[in-house]
Design a protein around this ligand. Structure first.
Ligand code: ARG
Length: 484
């Protein structure tokens, strides 16, 4: 073995002496026994995850306490030892809760930092905590506990947002507006109907989160590093302590699986996509060109140069941040695609992506909820807009259909009427019965009733249509479903 550095020479000398004292060489490293040289500083900096995984500490300690009790039940720890370890872990938790935890530069991740501190506080007994466990199953557990909390919290935020949207729908039940396709005025709708469209999207989001939670709610501890544990641990007992209904069935899978992270990132991406579409509409609607809504001053910012500006920064940032969450989803899928079983250090890269996506989505949800709560709707501008743009043309065509004209022919006749109305610079509603009859003798007096915005809206009278009574019925259902 050719060692050229002096540190190496020293290390090989000590290695050839009688059995070493057992002191780990890379100072402060729990795994130091096998090593003859210090870890390079650059490597320490490159491999550490402490800066971000420290937020897993409550879950890590909760998991460690359950692990102690499981070891006690397995006869690996005495009752006294287990109680002492649990007390020590609770002290460590208090230090972390109060920002009094003394982190050290050599702490590699939160798991190692907690164990190191535990041993400082309670002595060598701390060294028994990790019996029958690996950081691989430990981090898998921490992540699932974290995800379970996050998913439940985001589900609550989604429901609150839905409540606010339903409230706005109720408050604006009589407000009409243009409905659009291709950003062209298409048919008039109730603004409440438009708001409720987002409530439906968010219901699917809520369901997706609930589905993710069911699948991720499985307990991985006891899988060891990859193969299982040498100790007779009752994994179902650990699961019951941590409120998991079941345990993972394959140790290799358990330590290398990050499906739940991908699923949650997928669910968050869809939430952000929905928020982003709403944001895009609010940005347009708040513009001088539309003037459909006013965003609250408290949710806008000004320009450093142009004194008149009131900019919709919040919805713009929500729209912008959506890309970030999508990026994390793609990053995570890419991280996983080439990984052989089982644990690989690549997996440590899951956390920053997940944490950032979670924080971004939670913030965006809360901000969008508040924005919508305070939104001011310009009813008259909307009503005027709903009258224009030839949006009643479909009503005319459908009228002809009721008179026995095949729809295609009715469509063509109505197209000619629309062109006429454009040339005349008079909206369809202002054409006389005589003029209409010039295009088709089938037009009767009652056609004029069809040519009103309210009439057009209220004829869309099926489940899912924009008729007032349908929209109101849906609001009632939702109010009942969302009651606390
Ligand atoms: N910090 C690592 C992670 O987040 C856990 C450490 C596992 N390390 C190891 N050498 N097996 O994935």
């Amino acid at each position: 073995m050719a060692k050229s550095t002096s540190a190496g020479a020293r290390a090989s000398k000590s290695a050839s002496a009688a059995p070493r004292s057992g002191r780990a060489l890379p100072k402060g490293k729990a795994w130091g026994g096998r090593f003859a040289e210090q870890t390079d500083r650059l490597v320490e900096q490159f491999t550490t995850s402490l800066a971000y995984d420290r937020r897993l500490y409550p879950y890590d300690i909760q998991g460690s306490i359950a692990h102690c009790k499981t070891l006690e039940r397995a006869g690996v720890l005495t009752t006294r030892e287990s109680a002492q370890l649990v007390r020590g872990l609770e002290r460590v938790k208090l230090e972390l809760d109060h920002g009094r935890f003394p982190f050290l530069p050599q702490d590699e991740d939160i798991h190692m930092a907690i164990e190191r501190r535990l041993t400082e506080l309670i002595g060598p007994l701390g060294g028994k905590l990790h019996t029958g466990r690996s950081r691989n199953d430990q981090v898998a557990l921490d992540l699932r506990l974290f995800l379970r909390d996050v998913v439940s919290r985001v589900m609550g935020q989604v429901q609150e947002f839905r409540r606010v949207l339903v409230g706005q729908a109720r408050a604006h039940l009589d407000v009409v507006m243009p409905g659009y396709t291709h950003v062209q005025r298409a048919q008039p709708v109730l603004m409440a109907h438009h708001f409720l469209a987002y409530v439906e999207m968010l219901e699917r989001d809520w369901g997706r989160l609930r589905d993710c939670r069911t699948r991720l709610n499985v307990m991985p501890l006891g899988s060891g590093a990859l193969a299982g544990s040498n100790y007779p641990v009752d994994r179902r007992y650990t699961a019951s302590l941590l409120d998991f209904p079941s345990v993972t069935q394959n140790s290799l899978d358990a330590v290398s699986d990050r499906d739940a992270v991908v699923e949650v990132l997928g669910a968050l991406s869809l939430i952000m996509m929905h928020l982003s579409r709403l944001s895009e509409e609010l940005i347009l609607w708040a513009s001088q060109e539309f003037r459909y809504v006013d965003l609250p001053d408290t949710f806008c910012t000004g320009s450093s140069m142009m004194p008149q500006k009131k900019n919709p920064d919040v919805p713009e940032l929500v729209r912008g941040k959506t890309g970030r969450v999508y990026g994390h989803l793609m990053g995570m899928l890419t991280l996983l695609k080439g990984l052989p079983l089982s644990y690989n250090r690549d997996l440590q890269e899951d956390k920053e992506a997940l944490f950032d996506a979670v924080d971004t989505t939670e913030q965006s949800l809360v901000l969008c909820t508040e924005l919508m709560r305070r939104l001011v709707v310009n009813t008259t501008v909307l009503a005027e807009a709903a009258e224009g743009g030839g949006m009643l043309a479909t009503e005319l065509a459908d009228y002809l259909v009721t008179q026995g004209v095949p729809f295609r022919e009715a469509h063509s006749i109505t197209g000619q009427i629309v062109r006429f109305s454009l040339e005349q610079h008079r909206p369809l509603q202002q054409l006389t019965l005589k003029e209409l009859q010039g295009f088709s003798p089938r037009f009767g007096q009652d056609v004029l009733l069809c040519l009103t915005v309210r009439g057009a809206i209220n004829r869309k009278d099926q489940i899912g249509g924009t008729a007032r009574r349908r929209v109101e019925a849906r609001i009632k259902e939702l109010e009942k479903a969302l009651k606390g």
